[in-house]
Ligand binder design. Structure first.
Ligand code: ADP
Ligand code: ADP
Ligand code: SF4
Length: 592
């Protein structure tokens, strides 16, 4: 067990505090140099003098310090460390010459760092901070292992790698055409753009594209490269369910002849894509440990169980449990919210959503390809958009979490809580007792909202929405920016709240595991009209019926894992896939 002290440099504002960390630190008060002022004006915490009391963690007004113990991990296994009180990564995955290797783990545990080191764009310092890292030192350290050969090839400039970075929205800052962008990797844009379904968009300019289209351009750029190792950091972000599945097939095909490494939080996708998976465990922004590779089915089952037997590591207190969806229980048969047919006409798009009813205690998912009107429908019910015909139900209290989040106030979550404590439509007790621990908001209560990461802001916004008692919760893409663990926690909290309050929820999302855990039924949206300029929404349908309608649109079949009951995508053309298609059972539910 090693004690580590982490200073989150972006949260530390040493000119705006009283250096409470240093003032209250017991060893400092005893005259020891446990916390000193570093060359950048920020504290440096000595891991050898620290007694682990945690006082500085609580005293810091910006939640910028973490003191924790790592499991019994050998310091010699550190691959990279960002500064003295910075994040450290233990061990690396090494993908074989062919096939798809997945990495699955929480946000901030070093997945992108591992990808950059393997791609040769980040030189690992092996945890040694007195000299800059070098490839030759890395070769020395890993001599006798396959990683040494990998680093040797990087050092000699012989390893051709292609990396799709995590943050694709940055591409919009470059005024290039799609074709010019893809050609930057040295390959022909045509086939790569066709593979991701963007063949007609070669001449469009990057700043005009949506997030999903930028993601597809980034994937096409990586595919177009002629490389030995292809690395994809979160390829599903911004993509709808149709494009996720299309990309999964493309990457599988690439893995037949090349080495592919993928970081992915959508478990249905990862399960389909990867042959083997390394689990990553650790503590956000503090440390991450890469596990040995496991075959994909056992990796995902292990992950859901929360316990990695081989390494005796528990990364969650409770397992995630799926259930086959039984017929609607009688209490849900009681209608809680009903809405009439609603339509909306924009100059270039028309939406029609059929009348529907939401049962008491029911959470209903909204699924379908992008640009079919899901967000417009949610906005109409939220009162943020006026329908062209039809009226949203009156007398229904609504709590709404929009798709795009922007922190407009510089306040922290704690300050928001204080301001809302007098608001009768905010349940402070629920927020503090269940939502803060359930969505792991404890460590970020004092951080200004604009300083939160995408995932932190998403969790904060969902918690604020769920803390308002309502007849109808409307959550638009709550899984965006969340890691797999956070998605499962969100699904559980949402479901529990809606059942307990006997209210209803509508949740638009693309993650099948999240939807399967959270929802009792689905509304299904599809494009209509020859130019895709119309959208139709129908339902709610029972889960199996809704999934069947969705999956028939995209010709994909799912089965359930016999041990965990989690849904699994069938391999295209496999015996099960053919048999289920023939029966029209796209989403197989075993008999309850
Ligand atoms: P993941 O991909 O699992 O979310 P990352 O590899 O992006 O994790 O980052 C892990 C941690 O390393 C981050 O939480 C951050 O604290 C730290 N980190 C990442 N990049 C840098 C950097 N360039 N300088 C300092 N710290 C960094
Ligand atoms: P989804 O949520 O399924 O991706 P949206 O409801 O966001 O779909 O959008 C459906 C269509 O409506 C898109 O083609 C979009 O361009 C169009 N649209 C959405 N909002 C507006 C608006 N305020 N003005 C004009 N067109 C809009
Ligand atoms: Fe000092 Fe360590 Fe206690 Fe922080 S946790 S106050 S650094 S002894």
């Amino acid at each position: 067990m090693a004690r580590i002290a982490i200073l989150l440099a972006d949260r530390c504002h040493p000119t705006e505090c009283q250096w409470e960390c240093q003032a209250y630190c017991p060893p400092v008060r005893m005259g020891q140099e446990c916390i000193v002022k570093g060359p950048e004006g920020r504290p440096i915490i000595s891991e050898t003098l620290c007694i682990g009391c945690g006082i500085c963690v609580h005293k810091c007004p910006f939640d910028a310090i973490k003191i924790l113990n790592t499991p019994e991990t050998d310091e010699a296994e550190i691959v990279h460390r960002y500064g003295y009180n910075g994040f450290r990564l233990y061990r690396l995955p090494l993908p074989p010459e062919h096939g798809v290797t997945g990495i699955l783990g929480p946000n901030g545990t070093g997945k992108s760092t591992a990808l950059r080191v393997l791609a040769g764009t980040e030189v690992p310092n092996l945890g040694l901070l007195d000299r800059p890292g070098s490839w030759s030192a890395a070769v020395q350290r890993y001599r006798g292992t396959p990683l040494a050969a990998h680093f040797e090839r990087i050092a000699r400039g012989e390893l051709r790698t292609a990396l799709k970075p995590q943050y694709v929205d940055r591409l919009a800052d470059h005024d290039r055409t799609v074709g010019e962008e893809v050609a930057r990797s040295g390959g022909a844009p045509g086939p790569a753009l066709a593979a991701v379904g963007l063949a007609a968009m070669e001449d469009r300019r990057l700043p005009e594209l949506s997030g999903g289209q930028l993601q597809l351009v980034a994937i096409a750029t990586t595919l177009a490269a002629d490389a030995d190792l292809y690395l994809f950091d979160e390829p599903s972000s911004y993509l709808d369910i149709v494009h996720r599945l299309r990309i999964a097939r493309t990457l599988r095909r690439l893995g037949e002849t090349r080495s592919v490494l993928v970081v992915e939080h959508d478990l249905a996708l990862l399960d389909y894509l990867a042959d083997q998976v390394h689990l990553l465990y650790g503590e956000e922004a503090a440390f991450g440990v890469v596990s040995h590779p496991l075959p994909v089915r056992s990796a995902v089952n292990t992950y859901l169980s929360g316990y990695l037997r081989d390494e005796n590591v528990r990364f969650r207190t409770e397992p995630v449990r799926f259930v086959a969806h039984p017929p609607k229980p009688s209490y849900r048969a009681k209608t809680r919210v009903s809405f009439p047919e609603l339509t909306k006409s924009y100059p270039a798009f028309r939406l029609r959503v059929g009348a529907g009813e939401l049962g008491q205690g029911e959470t209903i998912g909204i699924v379908g390809p992008n640009a079919t009107g899901k967000t417009t429908f949610v906005k109409m019910l939220a009162g943020a958009e006026t329908p062209t015909s039809g009226s949203p139900p009156s007398g229904v209290t609504v709590s709404y979490k929009p798709q795009y989040l922007k922190a407009t106030q510089s306040a922290s979550l704690r300050e928001r809580m204080a301001a809302l404590s007098a608001d009768p439509s905010f349940d402070l007790r629920l927020f503090e007792r269940e939502l803060v621990p359930g969505l792991r908001l404890d460590g970020i209560l004092d951080v200004a909202l604009p300083d939160l990461s995408g995932g932190e802001l998403q969790r904060a916004a969902c918690a604020l929405a769920l803390a308002r008692p309502a007849t109808l919760y409307l959550l638009d893409e709550p899984s965006a920016y969340l890691d797999a663990d956070e998605r499962m926690a969100m699904a559980k909290l949402l479901r529990r709240q809606v059942e307990r309050q006997a209210c209803t929820a509508l949740v638009a999302d693309h993650d099948v595991y999240f939807l399967d855990l959270a929802c009792d039924g689905l509304m299904v949206f599809r494009p209509e009209g020859s130019h895709g300029n119309e959208g139709v929404g129908e339902g709610p349908f029972p889960m199996r019926d809704g999934m069947n309608r969705l999956l028939r649109q995209i010709e994909v079949t799912f089965r359930r894992d016999p041990d965990t009951l989690r849904p699994r995508i069938n391999r295209e053309g496999s015996a099960l896939d053919r048999e289920q298609r023939a029966r029209g059972e796209f989403y197989y539910e075993p008999a309850a």
